[in-house]
Design a protein around this ligand. Structure first.
Ligand code: AMP
Length: 227
């Protein structure tokens, strides 16, 4: 399969080609068609599988087809760490470089002024860590009335880092009618419960981590002295 078999817009195909992407990874091949059909999705996948592009590419395309509220937040990606947030925003910028859509990233641990200036200019896509997003919502700086697509990335890490309560608070203030994409490398019970609360009749996509070994290989570990 090639990206050109996925019914993507030419400006997106051109951007992918300029990134040097030739073929979709398994999660991209499985997830992109369903997301383009506005289905909810449960993705069991970790970083390194190409999952960012698996949601970023069809989100860009879906926003191009609606374009109902330019420069208002129509897609929100929640992710647990600043580093992931920055990487995801860079991906949106790379794949959407030929499109008139804008993305902004906000995260905690730095002063909010610069991020506030970016938000004032308006954005179609917002990538955020939960605490900083709640701060901005509380101050009336971010409004999410026009949200159409909600992505919860690395849900199991959200749980590990104690963010699930924040995620639930965010869910209460976003429109109920929306497309939901939920990604987690593992599915402990609390995360499976959260997924079933958020998702409506989701398409399920699971990919084996790139680094996993074949089950037929038996592995042993021997500790030895340094020398
Ligand atoms: P991710 O799992 O989203 O963190 O992506 C892992 C890495 O794979 C990133 O550096 C991406 O730029 C790269 N990548 C994602 N999709 C593709 C693709 N279809 N072809 C080549 N590289 C890709």
């Amino acid at each position: 399969m090639k990206f050109s078999d996925l019914n993507l817009l030419d400006p997106i195909l051109d951007a992918l080609a300029s990134q040097g992407y030739e073929t979709p990874t398994p999660i991209q091949e499985q997830a992109i068609p369903s997301i383009l059909l506005h289905r909810d999705l449960l993705g069991a996948a970790q970083t390194g599988t190409g999952k960012t592009a698996a949601f970023a590419i069809p989100i860009l395309q879906n926003l191009m087809s609606t374009r109902s509220h330019p420069r208002q937040i129509q897609a929100l990606i929640l992710t647990p760490t600043r580093e992931l947030a920055i990487q995801i925003e860079e991906s949106f910028r790379a794949y959407g470089k030929n499109l008139p859509l804008k993305s902004v990233v906000v995260y905690g641990g730095v002063k909010q002024y610069q991020q506030e200036l970016e938000l004032e200019k308006g954005t179609d896509i917002l990538i955020a860590t939960p605490g900083r997003l709640l701060d901005f919502i509380g101050q009336g700086i971010i409004q999410l009335h026009h949200l159409q697509i909600f992505v919860l990335d690395e849900a199991d890490r959200m749980l590990d880092m104690g963010f699930v309560h924040d995620v639930r608070r965010i869910l209460k203030v976003i429109p109920a009618k929306r497309q939901n994409l939920f990604f987690s490398a593992t599915m402990p019970k609390e995360i499976a419960d959260l997924a079933s609360e958020i998702l409506h009749n989701p398409v399920k996509v699971e990919v084996t981590p790139v680094s996993s070994t074949a089950e037929t290989i038996q592995q042993s570990l021997y500790y030895v002295d340094k020398e």
